[in-house]
Ligand binder design. Sequence first.
Ligand code: PLP
Length: 222
Amino acid sequence: MIRENVEKLLEELPQGVELEAAAKTRTAEEILEAIEGGIKIVAENYIRDVKKVYPVIEKKAKWHFIGTPGTQKHDLLKKKNLEIFDMIETIDSVEIAEEIDKRCKNINKIMPVLIEVNSGREPQKSGVIPEDVEGLIRKIAQLKNIKIMGLMTMGPRFGNPEDSRPYFIETKRMFDKIKSLNISNVEMKYLSMGMTNSYQIAIEEGANIVRIGTKIFGEREK
Ligand SMILES: *Cc1c(COP(=O)(O)O)cnc(C)c1O
């Protein structure tokens, strides 16, 4: 099923939109099946999951981090984990960016990152509020071992996917604005938005990375 799910999604997605398998809690076998179906990017929220599945999958896919960096900073910053990740999509503070920058300097790596936007301005959510995005980007752009490559947003969770649209529109507007500023060391290339219930709307509003879990792997066991 997983393989067919991926194949169907890949047929459906317009050219230029990348499909990430949001793989939290899934086994290495499940992820391998997704890779057989054509998945090129595996996105993980938890370092503990990476520890389990990476030894099996290794470089058969690219690895993106989509979890909250703050709560697992200690693990995320380990050399081994920074070496694994090809992108960190959830940068939302100068502090975490500086720590990643410092460690990446030690391993001679420039880490591609996205800035996570709290487009719903929800106090309990991670991400930076829209008003603060430009200021944060200008600061992080100074760091030599980090490269900002775009924005990511979750948006509030709604039953009705259409309700997500205004948040995607706002994030895209910000993406275009930052791009037009031509800030040095910033390359606005990726806009990561949309999950199983909202990816079609996200794509209509300009997403070029979608992060899909349930529609690939089935419902998660709680
Ligand atoms: C789990 C998760 C997804 C995918 O969610 P689904 O609804 O299962 O498609 C996407 N992005 C992030 C950050 C996630 O944690």
